[in-house]
Write a protein that binds this ligand. Sequence first.
Ligand SMILES: Nc1ncnc2c1ncn2[C@@H]1O[C@H](COP(=O)(O)OP(=O)(O)O)[C@@H](O)[C@H]1O
Ligand SMILES: [Mg+2]
Length: 250
Amino acid sequence: MLQLQKVSLEIQGDIDFEILKNINLEFHEKKIYVVTGPNGGGKSSLAKTIMGVYNPTSGQILLDGIDITVKNITDRARLGIGYAFQSPPRFKGIKVKELLKMAASHNPEKVNICDLLYDVGLCAQDYLNRDVDTSLSGGEMKRIEIATVLARNLKVAVFDEPEAGIDLWSFQKLAETFKNIHSKYDTTIILISHQERIMELADEIIIMSNGTVSAQSERDIILAGIMNNDSCACSAKCVKGVGQNAECVG
Ligand SMILES: Nc1ncnc2c1ncn2[C@@H]1O[C@H](COP(=O)(O)OP(=O)(O)O)[C@@H](O)[C@H]1O
Ligand SMILES: [Mg+2]
């Protein structure tokens, strides 16, 4: 349904730098994908390229067979691709119910915002009239953002490290939330995450390192590989216990 074909992304500067290298990926309807891998591997850049924040230097992005490679963020949002920020923005003077109504306003299917809050594990009576400001905890804000994504009835929702900044207790509930919404909504979910609990939700796991897809497979196959692999992303000359730097020795 969403396809990336030979997508490369180069940032031009003093030295040109290729962030994404010849990425081929297919995301299917109603599935959960988890993208993981070492820091700097290109995960957020992939998310931003899907959203239209970055335009690929070469390659194509297709949504339901239609070429959206040169479409901007607004066009892609209209077509049903949404992106949940790592740190959701807060808006002074807006109430939770107003934010959700705004998000739902372009959804041709009527959504009940109380049900939406319930789906993300928040009691509507307690939250509808709360301000979307710093009085909400990180976990509450993430849930409200997930509710706004659901209100839009998206085809593809990308969540960049939804666990970031969330305490362990809220995080357990957040993982349950993703599980519940998956059984209820048709959205294809792409989760960028390092957390095993989130990976356990995946139909497929994609590992990105050094700007490439280094592995992609069903969840259990990849998880078994991760558990058995003690290699690191260091260069070949970097050997554990041997180093020019005194701090590395011993
Ligand atoms: N706008 C940018 N300009 C220059 N380098 C960038 C830019 N965005 C990302 N990068 C670099 O691209 C690489 C991949 O970054 P990113 O996609 O954020 O990785 P990840 O999300 O997997 O940690 C990193 O080396 C990062 O420093
Ligand atoms: Mg990132």
